[in-house]
Each structure stands twice: as C-alpha cells, then as structure tokens.
Write a new protein. Structure first.
Lengths: 151, 766
C-alpha cells in the first residue's frame, strides 16, 4: 500500500492504495465519486473516461502509480453547474437512453473539442470510436457534439 | 416454482425456489384488477394507497395522495410515482407524463420518484415484453383524472360555481372565462376530507387537449445523467459494505469439488471467501450459479482476489458441449418432419403440385446482452433477518420473491429499491445477481455489493438462443406463392439439459403468426437441448424468425419478378383482422392479450409498408440502382416496416447511410422516446446482424470482453435513422423491442443488392 496525493477536479486528495489499483476504483471506491462508470476493465468501452491533464484516458486501465501529479477531471468536475456546452447539448438533444455510458461519452467528447473545436462528422466518429453505447445513441451523440462545437 | 411466462415450457423449469410471481398473462389481469382496487377507492371502500399526511404544526408541508401514483403537496409540488424500471426506454418519464397531463399539472414542477418493488401496491412491475404503456396508459389516465376531479370539486365549492365551469391548468384550478385560479397546493386541506370519486364519475380529457401526451418530451433524468449524478446499480454506498466478485462455474452445471483461497486472502483488502452453492442442473432462471465469492474492502481487491482463487471443478455433463456442432445437427434436424404447430390447407399437396420449390436454411448464433452496466446489486441483511436491497432490476417482484426464497424469509421482509438500469435488454429480468448479494450479505453479516465484471457478464449470461431454420416455399405455374413450410429449432428459454421443443410462446414471436395470405401453411418445430442458460433478449425469437422470413420473402419476390414491397401488400390481401388463431396447434399467445382486444390487422400493416415506401423514396432509389432493402414485421403488437440503404466506403467497408422506419404503435405517448427507441433499435440490431456472436467450446463461452464479443461503435452505426409515426387512436402498444426484428432482414436484403450475395447466417460475413 502506498500513499498518493491526487489532484481531482481542482482539489487535492490523499489516498492509500496499492500501486496497481486502477484510477477508476480509486475514484469510485476510495473517493466515493460515482459519476465515472465501470464497463469492461480493459479500456475497451470508454465508460470510465476521465481527463488526465486534459487528455481523455480510460481510468479502468490506468494504475494510480502512473497518475503522478497529473490533473484529473471527472464528470463531476467538468463544469460548475452542469453547464458545459456538451452537457447542455446532451440535454437539448435528449441524447441519453439508459445513460450509463454517457459520463464517459461526454468526457471523451470534451477532450476532443478542447483539441479540435470544430470537428467534422468523420473526426467525431474517429474520436468517439472507443466509447460504446449499447442503447444506440450514437447519432444523437454526434449531433450534440456538433451543436456544442458551434456554441 | 418458476414464473410461468408465455414463452416458457412449463415442464422444463426445474427450479424449486418459491417466488411470488405467477403466469404473466394472469399478472396482466390481476394487476388491472389491483389497480381498480387501488385507483378507484370508493368502489370497494378499499383504502390502500389513500395516504393523507397532514399532521404536524401549522405551516408544515401537508400532502394528499388520492392513489399510489400521485400526491400533491401544500407547496404545490405534484409528485408522481414511477413504478416501472427505467433501462433507457424513457418509461420513467412517459407514464408520469400521462398522469400529469390528465391532472393538468405543471410538468416543470412535477417530481418523479421511483417506486420500490411491491406488487400489492403498484401492480405489475415486470418491465419487459414492451408492455408498460400498453398496460398502464388507461390506469395512469385514471390516476390523474381522479385527482383532477377532486381538486375541481373543491375549487368549485369555494367559488360556489358548478364544477363544469372549472378546469385545471399548470397545477392550478381555473374558473373558465375568468382570471380566477387556485394553486393545487391550496386545496389540499379541503380535498383530504372528500370521498374518492367513482370511476364512472371521472371525465377523461379529450386527446386533442393533451399538452404532453403525443408530443416530444425530454426525459426526466437527462440533466442528472449529463452531470454524472444519476444513480445506477453499483452507485449506492453503505457503511461497512464489502464488495464481492465471484468466480462462477465455467460450465453450466459444474460443481466446485475443492478450492484453495490462501492466495486470495493474502491480497490486501480481501476479507472473506464465501462459497455460493449452485443448483447444478437444471440451472433454472432465478438461481445463482455455483461459485466462490471474494469479499473485499474495495472492488479492485475483490477482482484480484477472485483471479487468485484456485478451484477444482467437476465440470459435469456440459463439458463436452460445442455450439458449432450443435448448430449443424440442429440444421440437419430441420430436414426431417417436426412437430406441427400450425396448419392451414395442405402443404404437402401444394408441394407435389407446385411449379417451383424454393428451399433455404438460416442460422443465427447465441447473443449476450452485454449491457454497458454489468450486473450489480447491493444487499443489507439486518440482524432481524430482514433485508434491504438496491438493484438495477427489470423485474423487482421476481427479485424480491427469489431473495425471500433463498433467505427463507417472508417476502414482506424484503425491501427492494430499484435504481436506474445501465441497460437491460432482458438480462436484468433475472434475479440471480440480486440473490447473490442477499446470500453473501447474510453469510458475511455486513452489507455487500456484488459486482460482475465484463468477463462475468459474457460468461454467465442467459443468452439469446442460437437457432436453425428451414423454409420451403412453393410457387404454382403462374408464379403465385401457394405454400409456406417453416421449420424452426432453438433451445428453449428456461430449459437446460433435457431435449424439448421451443414453447408455443416462443413460436408466437414472429413464426406461427406468419400473416400472409398463402393457402397452404405448415409450421414445424424441432427438439433441441440447452447446454447453457437461455433467456430473452430484446425482441426474443422475433430476431431469428424475422431474419429468415423476411429474407426468404425477398428472395421469393426476386424469383417472381415482383417488387418485394408490392408483394408484401399483395400477400396481406384485403384489410382485415386475421382469423389464424384457429390454425394454431397449441394456444396462440398474442403477447398475453386477447386477440379480440389486439387483433392482427392487415390494413395497419399495409399502411406502415406504404408509408415507409413513400418516405424512403423506395421506387426512386430502386430506379437509381441504390442498394436498398425492405422488411416488415409486427412484434409485441406493434406494426413496423423498415427500409435500409447500404454502400461501401472508399476503404471497402460497408456503411449504412440511411434507415427508414414507419411504425404504428397506436397512441404514441412520448414521440421523442418512440423515435429514440427506433434509432437505438437499428443500432442494436446492427450489432446482431454484423458483429456479435457467442460460441461455446468444451462447455465454455469463448468470448471474454468487448474485443471478442463485438458490438458496433460509432463508425459502424447507421448514419441517419428516420422514423415516421403513424397517427393513431388505437390502443397504445410498446416500442422497446419492435424496431429490432425487421431491421436485420432489411439490411440483409440491401446487402444482397450491393454484393449479389445473400447472407443466410448471422452475423453476416460481408
């Protein structure tokens, strides 16, 4: 067991964890933040996506020992009042069906827009390929990202 | 006793757990009776659900609840109870919309709370079979109308006017033709003294006056989901809770003969290892599999602990099971005579006198549900033996009963809170994972969350059965379709390790209910044996039946030199209600509804077909040489026609630019959610058609995670899905499942246009 000081959503958090514990379980179990979801444990579905220094990462496959002093942002820290343009566009397009994958979808899309503020449909498809939605909300996700990119 | 669902073979259910549910068609009727008892209280003087809360000092919130589904507070907040499980269909919004509209509530101030699992209070809560709106449209209207009636009476008395001069609007009673209005909340004190009106005294609103029903209404939980606040199955945290990850029998029916848990217990955070005794064979539908649970302080320690377990298994009779071999032997069996389940005319005579015989076979694989949220449940068994549960359950009543049976306690001691479901598709009807949590909490003496991994989910699902079909069609000298002989075989739901036929209920899902005007029809079923747990997946046997029937019809149309859409219209004949029930051998189920109440109407099917042809510009696309495919299929009492276009991109990958649907689901409640179910249904069906399959070798599932059990990603999804909802005042029917079945053959037929090669096996090779 090791002691770590993490920077999550602008706050410093001390945790004790084995060095191989994935960031996902640190966030969900040790810090009790439940917005980030578990889907596959193998970086295959994107439900656990968070930002590490602005990059989208799959927290289920990122050991805490590799996080270092990187700044972590989760869905809870994406905006103060749920008013990130993507969150507003998600509500406007009524993207979610079951909603389980959507934290990861939004975090992945936010990292895309930070790098590429005006993505084409094909840019969006490429960037979002790692995020599974089993309900089938892909078209509305794409529309919402396009809407947010124009706001 | 297992629940006797319409598509279960009763003799094939081997479980002994006592549970509280009964035959689903009986539940339909019982729940309607129950609602009448609950919702129209004056009729029998029955007071369950009359919940006046008005004690306390002056100024405290008081509330009035004329029935279990609606309550009104003195703060003018209307609270509506959602009693069906939300897994993505939007039902948690759609049913409360009906109550709110009939009541005249201000939707922006309505609060929705989720009901716990309690059949006595709420009626049927089994959220599957696409029947929530079908079953509860009228009861929800009554719930709203009852409260409106009482509020209007109270305001009319206050104003000394006739109640007919009053109406409700935006959570106020208004005096028509004046500016007078009173907030609902100010009337709570008066109406709590009133008698509940008789159902015959209720006046329902005219459909045209609805402000919510029949419109696009955003789902209630959209913002919570977009901000990560929505609570799913694994999101509840209890003090002292341990997390359990279970290593289950790798082959259904396997028993653990010995195990070594030393390495697991050495992992920091691991607290206990507890054995769960499985039922062996048959596996049943509501029992946990045999397994060893590692309980730890956090999920990661539990996962590592479960991987460190050393277990010796007696694998039992299924250890030699190979699904590919079984599929081939099932296919062979369809060439022999089966058990006839429907007979019209004389197929053999048609065959011997026919001008042309067409014979084709179709194969489809096992599918896993693979909800992005793997199963998870939390149980807290208390010192007095009672238990509180949080679970993403589609069927809270079955889960409650199964837990009571497993713990040996009365069902009243089980409190079951229903969370949001991160996808269901039929998987979360089964209570096995909920029972696991309860058994482990009891054994450990602390609250327990059972967390399934993705590997657990894919290895231990209740799979959609693989299937083989053979269709023989006969044409006379003039090219008329004279005979239809459909053989179908697949291991039946709920059966393991003894041979049996698909149940009548499963045959009614798109096979026996073949609607076309062919003079000679014979439907034959064949026996097979399930060597794994078989369950229902979004649209169930309609998936493989529609695939075979609608691709065969396309091939027949081609042989006849006729447009497949023209052929479908021609074969449906005159507008009429089909009288085919008498041709069935064994009861015809009609999705649990009387055929008189929900007839199979050819006119409604023709209308959706004509509409999809028009909206997709079918004739023009054909004339332009586009690769376009058509299929129509009614399931769950909803009529659907579908047109799909395909192309190859520059890299040679198949893409699906456009999908067109026309749907007649009777009255449409939330039109945006109807469309979203079709958009999502097309994408779900694309996975079934193109990428997904579960296979078994040596009794074990060969797929472990999303790298080998593939579901489509954004680039493979249909680019645009257009949904035309036929305006209708017929009784509402569901839309969760009906989008799936016709999509797959429509795609198959489009691919044939593109490549010249027909696909007879799912998932498609091209």
């Amino acid at each position: 067991m090791e002691n770590y000081t993490l920077s999550i959503n602008g706050k410093s958090q001390d945790v004790t964890a084995p060095e191989d514990m994935p960031l996902l379980w640190v966030i969900r179990d040790l810090l009790d933040m439940k917005g980030t979801k578990f889907g596959c444990g193998q970086a295959l579905c994107g439900a656990c996506t968070v930002h590490l220094d602005g990059e989208a990462v799959r927290s289920c496959s990122l050991p805490i020992s590799q996080v270092g002093s990187g700044k972590i942002t989760t869905i809870e820290g994406l905006s103060a009042d749920g008013d990130h343009p993507l969150q507003k566009a998600w509500v406007q397009h009524v993207v979610p069906q079951c909603g389980y994958c959507q934290s990861g979808q939004i975090m992945n899309a936010a990292a895309l827009l930070a790098k590429n503020p005006s993505p084409s449909e094909s840019d969006i498809e490429t960037a979002m390929e790692g995020n599974l939605c089993r309900c089938g909300t892909y078209n509305r996700i794409k529309d919402a990202i396009l809407t947010a990119s124009k706001s | 006793m297992m629940p006797k669902l319409p598509f279960l073979n009763k003799q094939k259910t081997g479980s002994s757990t006592s549970i509280s549910t009964s035959d689903r068609s009986e539940i339909f009727r019982a729940s309607r009776r129950d609602f009448l008892k609950i919702g129209s209280l004056a009729a029998g003087g029955f007071v369950l659900g009359v919940n006046f809360q008005c004690s306390g000092p002056k100024g405290e919130l008081i509330s009035f609840a004329p029935n279990v589904f609606v309550s009104i507070g003195s703060d003018n907040i209307v609270t509506i109870l959602a009693h069906r499980s939300e897994m993505g269909t939007g039902i948690r919004t759609s049913l409360p919309m009906i109550v709110a509209d009939e009541l005249g509530a201000d939707w922006s101030k309505v609060k929705i709370i989720q009901a716990e699992g309690d059949e006595d209070k709420y009626g049927n809560q089994n959220t599957d079979g696409s029947f929530s709106v079908r079953m509860f449209y009228e009861p929800m209207k009554k719930a709203g109308a009852t409260a409106r009636h009482m509020l209007v009476q109270a305001a009319a008395k206050e104003w000394r006017v006739d109640p007919s001069e009053c109406d409700t609007e935006a959570s106020h009673v208004i005096l028509k033709g004046s500016s007078k209005k009173i907030p609902f909340g100010d009337l709570v004190a008066q109406i709590k003294e009133m008698e509940i009106p008789k159902p015959e005294d209720l006046q329902m609103k005219d459909f045209s006056s609805y402000k919510l029903v029949g419109k696009d209404v955003p789902i209630y939980d959209a913002k919570d989901i977009a901000t990560g606040k929505a609570v799913f199955g694994a999101d509840v945290n209890l003090p002292n809770m341990l997390i359990a990850v279970v290593q289950r029998s790798p082959v259904v029916g396997a028993k653990a003969t010995s195990y070594n848990d030393e390495k697991a217990l050495a992992i920091p955070g691991v607290k206990k290892v507890i054995k769960i005794d499985g039922p062996g064979l048959p596996a049943g539908l509501d029992k946990p599999l045999e397994g060893l649970a590692v309980l730890a302080e956090n999920t990661w320690a539990a996962i590592k602990g479960s991987q460190a377990l050393e277990i010796e298994w007696d694998l039992g009779p299924n250890q030699t099971y190979n699904s590919a071999n079984q599929l081939q032997s099932m296919l062979k069996s369809t060439a022999a005579k089966g058990t006839v389940k429907r007979e019209r005319g004389n197929f053999n005579q048609a065959k011997s006198s026919s001008g042309k015989i067409m014979e084709k076979t179709y194969l489809a694989p096992f599918y896993a549900h693979s909800t992005v949220e793997p199963p998870a449940a939390i149980a807290d068994v208390k010192a007095d033996g009672s238990v509180e549960i949080w679970a993403p359950s589609q069927h809270p009543q079955w889960a409650r009963g199964a837990v009571a049976g497993a713990l040996g306690i009365d069902v009243s001691k089980v409190k079951l809170n229903v969370t949001l479901l991160g996808g269901g598709f039929g998987r979360k009807s089964k209570p096995d994972y909920v029972v696991e949590a309860a058994l482990l909490s009891k054994a450990a003496g602390v609250p327990v969350r059972v967390q399934w991994t993705r590997e657990c989910d894919l290895h231990h699902d209740y799979y959609h059965s693989h299937s083989a079909q053979r269709i023989v069609a006969t044409l006379d000298g003039s090219g008329n379709l004279t005979g239809w002989n459909h053989h179908t075989v697949f291991p039946a739901i709920g059966s393991t390790n003894s041979p049996g036929l698909p149940s009548d209920g499963e045959l009614d899902l798109g096979c026996r209910d073949f609607p076309y005007d062919v003079p000679n029809i014979r439907i034959e079923a064949h026996e097979s044996t399930a060597h794994t747990r078989v369950g229902w997946l979004r649209s169930v046997s309609n998936i493989h039946h529609a695939f075979a029937i609608c691709t065969m019809l396309d091939e027949i149309a081609e042989t006849r030199g006729i447009d497949p859409i023209d052929q479908a219209i021609q074969l449906l004949g005159e507008d009429k209600d089909l009288a085919f029930a008498s041709e069935m051998i064994g009861d015809y189920g009609n999705y649990g509804e009387k055929i008189e109440d929900f007839p199979w109407n050819t006119g409604r099917m023709k209308k959706v077909i004509q509409t999809v042809a028009e909206k997709s510009n079918w004739k023009q696309k054909l004339a332009d040489g586009k690769a376009v495919g058509f299929a129509a299929h009614k399931s769950f009492l909803t009529y659907v026609a579908c047109v799909v276009t395909v192309e190859k991109d520059a890299a040679g990958n198949l893409i699906i630019p456009e999908v067109y649907y026309a749907v007649d689901c009777g009255i449409g409640v939330n039109t945006d959610r109807i469309r979203s179910q079709f958009e999502g249904g097309a994408q779900f069906a694309t996975s079934l058609a193109m990428t997904s399959a579960i296979t078994f070798e040596n009794g074990k599932v060969q797929q472990n995670n999303f790298d080998t059990y593939k579901v489509i990603r954004m680039p493979q999804a249909p680019k645009k899905t257009f949904v035309e909802i036929i305006p209708s005042m017929e009784k509402p029917t569901g839309v969760g499942e009906p989008p799936v079945p016709p999509f797959i053959p429509a795609l198959a037929n489009a691919i044939y246009k593109l490549t010249g090669k027909r696909n007879y096996e799912l998932p498609f090779k091209a």
